[in-house]
Ligand binder design. Structure first.
Ligand code: MG
Length: 325
């Protein structure tokens, strides 16, 4: 049966059915249906006929798998009985439980660096301290890395805890997430894209007061449920992510609106610096930083509170929606 809505971009999701918590890989067909890749085996002999998880698919993927999936989407000859409506399945994070910490890049958009510097300068001025007039901003030479625990990762649609008993300044950060496809170390910027499997969307939710109080970022970045990820991975062979619109809405109000081309360190630079003496593995997730428009830099500052609806959108990938509870 022909589907009326056809999107020829391969979008891979991880999902489960019923009470089964084991995630398996599916491909979006149109906006609202998912083809279980177990069923895809009947459409092409080279595709898996047994359930696989996303990291297994990535480790064993070839560009051939993705091009077969793309050709299936273009033919659009799926049996309706093989397509599961989105509302009948549980979407999981595309990398369901990362094997290692989620690696993040801080301060990677100049306008975000400027808004953070302005907040600190205003505080210093109010306190009559030195630093009220910040020095002119210079482009950093080295990326700033930190991590979030794997267990912080939650899917599209999941609730995010406000943690209001331990933090008063919870904030959002819309980010492009890179999924590594191949093991590698000491990767040059020129070779870096060969190591990228694909892209998804992340919301790097941050407790600003814990970040400051503990004088190190891990605590403020690793509260439970603070890494919404998804809804899908678009393979890098299908999408050039170097200039995509990235936006964030809170309760329908647009707060962030930028393009990935405004990153200080491009994806290839990030991989070169990160992989120097440090092995990257298939399924590793790297968040690439957030543009300006975060809540704590607004006038007056805004914080996330229970009931807030967060929507992050990256062009051609999709929209990641989560509610604070
Ligand atoms: Mg961030």
């Amino acid at each position: 049966m022909k589907n009326s809505v056809v999107n020829h971009l391969v979008k891979l999701v991880t999902f489960s059915c019923g009470h089964n918590r084991v995630g398996r890989v599916g491909m979006m067909v149109g906006a609202n249906k998912v083809l279980d890749l177990t069923a895809a085996g009947k459409y092409h002999g080279s595709l898996p006929t047994r359930g696989v998880d996303m990291v297994h698919l990535i480790e064993n993927q070839s560009s051939e798998t993705i091009s077969i999936l793309k050709s299936l989407l273009e033919k659009d000859e799926f049996l309706e009985s093989d397509l599961r409506p989105l509302e009948s399945i549980n979407l999981l994070p595309p990398i369901n439980l990362p094997r290692r910490n989620v690696i993040c890049v801080g301060k990677n958009y100049m306008d975000h660096v400027a808004e953070v510097a302005a907040v600190h300068a205003a505080k210093a001025a109010a306190n009559g301290e030195a630093g009220a007039t910040p020095p002119p901003l210079e482009l950093p030479k080295y990326a700033q890395f930190f991590t979030k625990a794997p267990q912080t990762v939650v899917p599209h649609g999941a609730n995010v805890e406000s943690h209001s008993n331990i933090t008063k300044i919870l904030d959002y950060e819309a980010e492009l997430a890179v999924v590594i496809g191949k093991k590698g170390r000491d990767i040059s910027s020129a070779d870096a894209m060969k190591y990228v499997f694909g892209y998804t969307i992340a919301n790097d939710i941050t407790s600003r007061d814990l970040q400051k109080k503990h004088n190190q970022w891990f605590k403020g970045k690793s509260l439970d449920t603070t890494c919404p990820l998804g809804p899908c991975i678009v393979p890098a062979s299908q999408l050039d992510a170097s200039d995509l619109a990235i936006k964030m809405w809170i309760n329908g109000e647009k707060r962030q609106d930028s393009r990935t081309s405004n990153m200080i360190f491009k994806v290839s630079d990030i991989i070169e610096q990160l992989s120097a003496g440090f092995t990257l593995y298939p399924g590793d997730v790297i968040l690439t930083g957030t543009p300006h428009g975060v809540g704590f830099a607004m006038k007056p500052p805004q914080v996330l509170k229970a009931g807030d609806l967060m929507e992050v959108e990256i062009e051609h990938i999709g929209r990641l929606v989560n509610k604070v509870v």
